[in-house]
Design a protein around this ligand. Structure first.
Ligand code: UN1
Length: 509
């Protein structure tokens, strides 16, 4: 690949791992950034240490104190320009995501588009930070709710969406009047540097400390972020294991956290489903991003009368998915992010077999050419299970799809909900009653429930997130912006008496 696009994104051979309005002369350990495609070195980053963290946090906080005074639509104007800069760099950003995270180029471009979309959404939002007016029980009194900026938002992001997750958080945070402090995955630091450079250039000297960045180890920089009283909200995307650390630690200091953790997403395929549609939805959901989305389809709950037919069709479709270099146009499945992920894949396949699952296709490392031999390529895998084996309840970040036959809709809904995670879910059916039941209070318990589309690939306009071990957070569209602001309730007495609420008489006549 011609890597000249890296220079257009401001990525050098060596890079600083901290931005506080200026790129700091970091002195931490050197991080060598390798592409999951072939293990080749792309660049190095000199990581931030606790001292860098303190400076980034201070600059972000101080800039917030001024930024919050700017009218929200004026803040939206900056976000409009940032969105335009994302547009200009879409191609290069898509390539960088492919190179650093190993996604196929189409998905890298899709992720860059998500950043553009959320910027557009945030611009409109900057004129719609609506509060309520409330009827007061007292004469000549008015009540209202106002939304105010909260401060610096800490953003912890994972390798699998190395630019979009930051954009979902930061574009909203900026129009809400907050500043940001980003701690990206150490697997994808260059994406973070590129996005920070784009936003910082638009924000200019006066405001660029609003997009703080610290690339550094969890134990120093990560800890400092979690314990920082100047960061009232931590938005963290990653594993449930990570969430178990972040949630209580931030709660300890009465900070807020927005958690986007693991998913174990099922598609229900009922007897009357349009199978052509279902196959397309399932294949994108299960093998897209090599099974490394939190919304990836991991379980198929299929009516017993069609399960063999559907399985056959899926095996055929899987056979047509080209595995290889994600930059090749014909590739549909790129590498896993690293060898540790491939080991987790091997382990899950072995456990499934041990527990009585039958591997229908895949289950092995993929044969790729010599040039890619240092990448972690696996074959997309289907495992047929008689019931929900213990391994089916776990999230393995790899393209493994477990098929479990079901007899009734009730049984399928019960199984859909019978996992610790609660992110995404879908049903394929032509029956409006079944579809509505799935979406009802007694249906799917997930934050996302779809009909006749897969579990992944959500649009930014809706609130994104899930229940149970997924963490309960919502980000991106709808009214998720409220998490990035503090709510103030105000009562104004415009009369000349002082009546008390609840009819209380306190002294006087
Ligand atoms: C994630 O995997 O962390 O719905 C987010 C989707 C994407 C976001 C996934 N828009 O699949």
């Amino acid at each position: 690949m011609n890597l000249s696009f890296l220079a257009t994104l401001g990525i050098g051979k060596t890079n600083s791992g901290a931005f506080s309005g200026t790129w700091r002369k970091t002195k931490g350990e050197t991080l060598t950034v390798r592409s999951p495609i072939d293990g080749g070195t792309i660049a190095t980053v000199t990581m931030a240490d606790a001292k860098d963290y303190a400076e980034v946090s201070k600059a972000a906080h101080e800039t917030y104190l001024r930024w919050r005074e700017l009218p929200a639509p004026k803040r939206g104007e900056y976000v409009r320009q940032i969105g335009n800069a994302f547009r200009e760099h879409k191609e290069a950003l898509g390539k960088l995501v492919a190179l650093e995270a190993g996604k196929i180029l189409q998905e890298g471009l899709g992720e860059a588009q998500e950043c553009i979309d959320i910027a557009d959404f945030a611009i409109g939002l900057s004129r719609q930070l609506y509060g309520l007016t409330i009827a007061s029980e007292r004469p000549n009194h008015s009540m209202r709710e106002t939304w105010h900026p909260i401060g610096t938002v800490g953003i912890i992001s994972a390798f699998n969406f190395p630019i979009a997750v930051w954009a979902w958080n930061s574009m909203l945070a900026l129009v809400c009047g907050d500043s940001c402090l980003w701690k990206p995955s150490l697997k994808t630091p260059l994406c973070a540097i590129a996005m920070t450079k784009i936003a910082a250039q638009v924000l200019g000297k006066e405001w660029s400390a609003l997009v703080g960045l610290v690339i550094g180890p969890d134990l120093t920089v990560g800890s400092a972020l979690l314990d920082d009283p100047k960061v009232p909200l931590i938005s963290a995307t990653g594993s449930t294991r990570m969430g178990r650390i972040v949630g209580p630690r931030v709660a300890q200091r009465f900070g807020r956290s927005l958690l986007e953790l693991g998913g174990n997403n099922a598609i229900l395929v009922l007897e009357d489903a349009d199978l052509d549609l279902a196959v397309r939805g399932i294949v994108f959901g299960a093998v897209g991003t090599a099974g490394q989305r939190c919304t990836t389809t991991r379980r198929l709950l299929v009516h017993e009368s069609i399960v063999d037919d559907l399985q056959k069709r899926l095996v055929k479709a899987y056979g047509q998915c080209t595995i290889g270099n994600p930059l090749d146009k014909k590739t549909l499945i790129g590498p896993l992010v690293d060898e540790a992920s491939a080991k987790a894949f091997d382990h899950a396949v072995a456990s499934a077999k041990e527990q009585g699952g039958q591997v229908i296709c895949g289950g092995t490392r993929a044969k790729v050419g010599k040039a890619l031999k240092n990448g972690a390529y696996v074959t997309p895998t289907i495992v047929r299970c008689k019931s929900m084996l213990p391994i089916v309840r776990e999230e393995t970040f790899a393209p493994i799809l477990y098929i479990v036959p079901i007899k009734t809709l009730d049984e399928a809904i019960a199984l859909n909900n019978d996992v610790p995670q609660g992110l995404s879910s879908a049903v394929f059916t032509r029956d409006v009653r079944a579809a509505e039941r799935f979406l009802s209070a007694t249906g799917s318990d997930c934050g996302i429930a779809n009909v006749n589309i897969g579990t992944s690939g959500a649009e930014i306009g809706g609130a994104f997130g899930g229940e149970k071990e997924t963490g309960g957070g919502r980000e991106s569209g709808s009214d998720s912006w409220k998490v990035y602001m503090r709510r103030q309730t105000s009562t104004v007495n415009w009369g000349n008496q002082l009546p008390l609420a609840q009819g209380i008489k306190f002294g006087g006549d």
